[in-house]
Design a protein around this ligand. Structure first.
Ligand code: ATP
Ligand code: MG
Length: 419
């Protein structure tokens, strides 16, 4: 579980503010749900035989002996929330969330035990139009963030019945080749055979070349759903690869599943994943109701943003160098007035005392663009001295009555230069 330090915040804010803007532009509303839920909210939805529920959840008993878990993902809790608040039926519902998730995994680069996701869900529409729109929405976000080089992989898992048939056939195939499977794969084949398709092992992958294909088990309706989605994506100019082995780690998916992958982050290259979960609402105690969503890994996206264009860190505009008690009092009131008058201005007042020299040193280290100096001379003449800290411009003084106007123009110029 990592700290996110001030130096990293700019990338996080860029991601979060752009996601909020882009999602709003598609009619999505934000929802915030608890970090803790009853364990059954997750075990029922995600599936008992998944890695997440079997091995990765932080589960404990509270003081009443009730089993609770830290959320390992957002969708199960969102479904619980919209059901409980009677928001589900009627109009299609579009919501998004963001926040920390917890999974007790083996920590490695790009994989931590507390991580953050931004996710979006649509309820009450069978698609494939909303499937295409959801994918287009994520693509728009990548574009806004200047992230390129992502590959979109797409597959259809068909209906639960079709998947059950496929599963039988796959199990038969795997049993037939049991002697070629390693212990872990053999175990997987018994507990959750579709996850074998996901195997990172090259020998297993080679064997799977001859395995039955999920696509061959789709019925006419599922096939039509998938073909229409592909046509819509083509029309929207969104590139994708069909990956018949894409199955996703959580049990609740059906029909459309998709992932965006990058090769710029080493082995943990999936930055966003999602799919349709038409059975989940019913699993959570509601009426059968279609749903689709995705979740993106914020850490991985922030890392991609960081590797791309340099993001300007947030520094103060002004560092106030205040020499003497009187100057401190006048300077602090002046700083408050500037914050009143100049929206968004960032001012740091030198704390405590200190010689001019030591205060200027701090001013420099703060990354501020200018120092605003008040000492005895300035107090007497009712002025402040402006000393640019970047660039070569000389120091000059200005009457405090003119300061708001002057700084207003200066800030405008800085903002203009920044775009
Ligand atoms: P994997 O098969 O890699 O474990 P998953 O199926 O468990 O993936 P999802 O539950 O679909 O992953 O999560 C969606 C996204 O959230 C992932 O694509 C990834 O970007 C991010 N994510 C998931 N788990 C972690 C983690 N432990 N640390 C950092 N990011 C994560
Ligand atoms: Mg996982």
């Amino acid at each position: 579980m990592h700290d996110i330090l001030p130096a990293d915040m700019a990338g996080w804010h860029l991601l979060e503010s752009n996601a909020a803007d882009v999602f709003a532009s598609y009619g999505f509303e934000e929802i915030r749900i608890p970090l803790l839920e009853k364990t059954e909210v997750f075990s029922r939805a995600i599936g008992d035989a998944t890695d997440v529920v079997e091995k990765e959840m932080y589960t404990f008993e509270d003081r009443n002996g009730e089993s609770l878990s830290l959320r390992p993902e957002g969708t199960a809790g969102v479904v619980r929330a919209v059901l409980q608040n009677g928001m589900l039926y009627g109009q299609p519902l579009r919501v998004w969330y963001s926040g920390a998730m917890f999974r007790h995994e083996r920590p490695q680069k790009g994989r931590t035990r507390q991580f953050h996701q931004i996710g979006a869900e649509v309820f009450g529409a069978e698609g494939p139009d909303v499937d295409a729109e959801l994918i287009a929405m994520a693509e728009r976000l990548w574009q806004r963030l200047g992230i390129d080089g992502l590959t979109l992989q797409l597959n259809s898992l068909g209906s639960a019945e079709e998947r059950a048939l496929y599963r039988e056939s796959l199990v038969e195939f795997l049993q037939h080749h049991e002697q070629d499977l390693d212990e872990a794969t053999r175990e997987r084949a018994q507990r959750n055979p579709l996850r074998v398709l996901d195997s990172k092992d090259t020998a297993v992958q080679a064997l799977l070349e001859n395995a039955p294909r999920l696509g061959d088990f789709l019925g006419a309706q599922s096939q039509l759903h998938f073909d229409s989605l592909r046509r819509m994506l083509d029309k929207l100019g969104i590139e994708y690869q069909v990956n018949q082995k894409l199955v996703r780690g959580l049990d609740y998916y059906s029909h459309t599943v998709f992932e965006w992958i990058t090769d710029q982050l080493g082995s943990q290259g999936t930055v966003c994943a999602g799919g349709r979960y038409d059975n989940l609402v019913e699993l959570q105690g509601g009426k059968p109701w279609p749903g689709i969503g995705f979740a993106m890994g914020q850490e991985r996206l922030v890392e991609l943003i960081r590797q791309g264009d340099e993001i300007a860190p947030v520094h103060p505009h002004i560092y106030m160098v205040l020499a003497g008690q009187e100057a401190k009092l006048v300077g602090m009131s002046l700083a408050e007035r500037l914050r009143d008058e100049l929206d968004g201005i960032r001012i740091v007042c030198n704390p405590g005392d200190g010689s001019f020299k030591s205060q200027f040193k701090r001013a420099d280290r703060s990354g501020a663009s200018m120092a605003l100096v008040m000492g005895e001379n300035e107090l007497q003449s009712g002025t402040a001295s402006i000393k640019p800290l970047r660039g070569e411009e000389p120091q000059h003084s200005i009457h405090v009555d003119k300061l708001v106007e002057w700084l207003g123009e200066w800030i405008k110029q800085i903002r203009h230069d920044a775009v």
